[in-house]
Every structure is written in C-alpha cells, then in structure tokens.
Design a binder for this molecule. Structure first.
Ligand code: ATP
Ligand code: MG
Length: 383
C-alpha cells in the first residue's frame, strides 16, 4: 500500500490551445518545488500524483506543493490494488473513526464488477462495522472518503482535500522585474504577480555605506522566502549612493524622493531591457505615502516606456500586511534596517510635484552618466 500525494490543478484547463504548454510548465514547477526529495511525478486523468517517496515525507511534500501556483487542491492518500479487499484496507487508513461520513466512488474502469454505488455502499458498510462511532450522512457529511478505481488495476483512496494557492503556473505569463525594498509591500507585489503566472526576478537598490550589510541580508532573506513561490532565485543589487549624494547636493530637497524614484525606474528599465524582462513591478499603493500619489507615479512613469505593474495599487495597508503575514515575509520586512529611500529623507517631501519643476531640477544632474555609474555596480546575489 503506497502513500501518494494527489494534486488537482486550477485554471490551466481554461487555456484551450495552450493547455499542453501550461501543463508542461506546471509539472516543471512541481518538480522544482520537490527538489531534494526522492519521488516520481505522474499525470493521471486530470491530476498529478506524487509517488515513490519515503512514506514519512508525505506531509512535507504536501506542504511544498500547496504553495505552487496552479495547485487548486491536494490530498494525501493511498495508491492500492483495485480488489475490494485492498480498497477496504486503504479506506480504513484514511477514514475518520468518528463523526459523520460518506463514501464517494469514481470508476474510470467501467468493466469493474461492481458499480460506483455498490462500491461506496459496500466500503461504507464495512467502515461502519469497523468504527462503531461513525455515522453515515450522505447530504452534509463531516468527511468524505473518495475511492477512485483506475483503468490499470489500481485505485486511489483519500479523505477530503486541502486548498492549494490557486493562480497560474509561474512561467506562463511573461517575465517581470520586481523592485524589491526591504519593506512590507514589494515582496507581496512579487507574490501577486507570480500568482498570475509571471516569472519574477528581483532588483534591489542600496546606498552603502549609508545602508548597511544588515539591510542587504534582510532583502536576501525576503528573496529566499519569495523563491518558495516564484521558484527563481535571482537577485541583483545596484548601488545608488553616488546619485543620491548628487541629488542631495544639487536639487531642491523636497524633490529628493521623487528624483530618486525616477532614477530607480531608469536604472530598472535599462537593466530589464538588457535581460529580457517585459515590465517593472513595484509595491506602490495609491496614496500610501507622499511619493505614491498619482502625480508621483506619473513622474516616475514619465522616464520609462516599459509597463510598470503595481499589483497593490488599490490595497489598504492592512490588507497588504495580512497578505505579507500569510506568505511569511512580514516578520522579516519589519526588521528595523534603513532603506535607501530613507537616507537623505527631506522633512517635507513634495506630494504633488509638477513635472516641469522636476525636469527643471533634474537638468542640474548628468542623468545618463549617473544611470551608467549605478548600473556598473550591479551585483548578482545567489543564495
Ligand atoms: P515597500 O514596503 O515595498 O518598501 P513602501 O511603502 O516602503 O514600499 P516606498 O519606500 O515608497 O514604499 O517604495 C515604493 C516602491 O518602490 C516599493 O514597493 C518598491 O517596489 C520600490 N522600492 C523602494 N525602495 C527600493 C529599493 N531600495 N530597492 C528596490 N526597490 C525599491
Ligand atoms: Mg520602502
């Protein structure tokens, strides 16, 4: 009797002609999530089975696949022979021992000597005899024992299922570059794009020595947590110290953040184009802080032509925090390290800066040279 993890997928079936591609990417992602655990992954009528692993690792496998985008639900069950004796042995292992239940059978093998109804009734009856505290309730049972008689002389038994994360397989919706700070929002933004199938890789700006190693470590930790969902582990850091000092020395202090943002976008776009990313992704949310007004967003969008996706734009901070807790980044995000945005922070940042004023101030800087200089500091971090 072999323990297996049964995986059902979501949304993939909506993709018509691309179905083969989606399924291929999905299977690949499942494999990635199971790296380091001996197993076999097989497709079977509309779902995937993880088989041939050490029995004690079922929970760990279930936990890992539960975070793979595209997984609608999953169950731990048994793959067994399809004789009634074996089905009953399996059912005994997964069935509850008290409370209400029913048995539901699906029979892909139509020549099986008993009908689905007969199998359910027979196994249900035997379970009742075995566990006296059980009661049948066919309408609203607390538990449902599922039996799946397959065509190859095997059957699957499992009880109920857990919800997966849903979404679309990462790698089916293009490639985006996430501007990741050490804050709460940007990791959640990356998670959300990955959930829609986007391959998300990370770019982080630091202003060493104003920001320290701890700040960088924090971003690496966030990147590690995110990689559980995004399945990629590429993070690049870029130093913006020089251009921040220039802005600070030469431009109107209230535009400090606005100008830094424009540089971040220029650098990110240039990096994105060189590496084949199709859009930038940020954790901005409308009105959250001075630089995240529509005017602020307009001023940063004005310096790039790649699309800028802001998946959190309509979220309240509370909603973002709730998600961040759920995906496991919150505790790291709130560690108190300085981000480059808070270095040289003016007392009164401009809330609705006019583009003409911004452009006027920017003329005091050699924009292209500063962008080049920053890009030359790009460093790949592997973890
Ligand atoms: P977060 O929680 O993501 O830091 P925030 O509310 O602190 O967001 P800002 O600091 O204004 O907001 O940053 C807005 C967005 O700009 C971030 O969500 C992120 O996408 C990007 N960003 C900010 N700082 C950095 C940085 N040091 N490196 C890369 N991207 C950054
Ligand atoms: Mg921030």
């Amino acid at each position: 009797m072999e323990k297996v993890v049964i995986i059902r997928y979501a949304e993939i079936h909506l993709k018509g002609k691309n179905r083969g591609f989606f399924e291929h990417v999905f299977a690949d992602n499942l494999e990635k999530s199971l790296r380091g655990i001996r197993h076999e992954l097989h497709r079977t009528s509309g779902r995937w089975l993880v088989e041939k692993f050490e029995e004690g690792r079922a929970e760990e496998i279930a936990e890992r696949v539960s975070n793979v985008f595209g997984v609608h639900s999953y169950s731990i069950g048994y793959l067994i022979g399809s004789s009634m004796e074996e089905i009953f042995e399996g059912a005994k292992l997964v069935a509850p021992t008290s409370g209400t239940f029913k048995v539901e059978t699906h029979r892909a093998y139509k020549k099986y000597p008993l009908s689905s109804m007969e199998i359910s009734a027979e196994i249900g009856g035997r379970l009742l005899e075995t566990f006296p505290a059980l009661k049948v309730d066919v309408h609203t049972p607390q538990n449902t024992v599922y039996i799946d008689v397959r065509e190859n002389g095997t059957a699957l038994v499992f009880c109920g299922s857990e919800e997966g994360v849903g979404g679309m397989p990462v790698g089916t919706s293009g490639k985006g570059l996430l501007l990741i700070s050490g804050g709460i929002d940007s990791p959640v933004a990356g998670y959300m794009m990955a959930k829609r199938g986007m391959t998300v890789e990370l770019l982080h700006f630091h202003s060493y020595p104003y920001t320290n190693e701890g700040a960088k470590e924090k971003v690496v930790t966030l990147a590690k947590i995110l990689s559980k969902y995004t399945l990629v582990t590429r993070l690049t850091t870029v130093k913006v110290t020089k251009l921040q000092e220039e802005i600070h020395a030469k431009c109107a202090p209230e535009l400090n953040v606005t100008l830094l943002r424009r540089f971040m976008f220029r650098i990110a776009e240039s990096f994105a184009r060189a590496h084949g990313y199709q859009c930038l992704v940020t954790g901005e949310s409308l009105g959250q802080v001075a630089s995240q007004t529509i005017e602020g967003m307009t001023s940063s969008n004005a310096v790039v032509t790649l699309p800028v996706l802001r998946p959190l734009v309509g979220f309240d901070k509370e909603e973002i925090i709730a998600r961040s807790r759920k995906i496991g980044t919150y505790e790291t995000s709130i560690l108190p390290f300085e981000d480059c945005c808070t270095v040289f922070l003016p007392e009164h940042p401009a809330i609705r800066p006019a583009l003409s004023f911004i452009e006027e101030e920017e003329k005091k800087l050699d924009v292209d040279a500063l962008v080049e200089e920053a890009l030359s500091t790009a460093e790949k971090v592997t973890f």
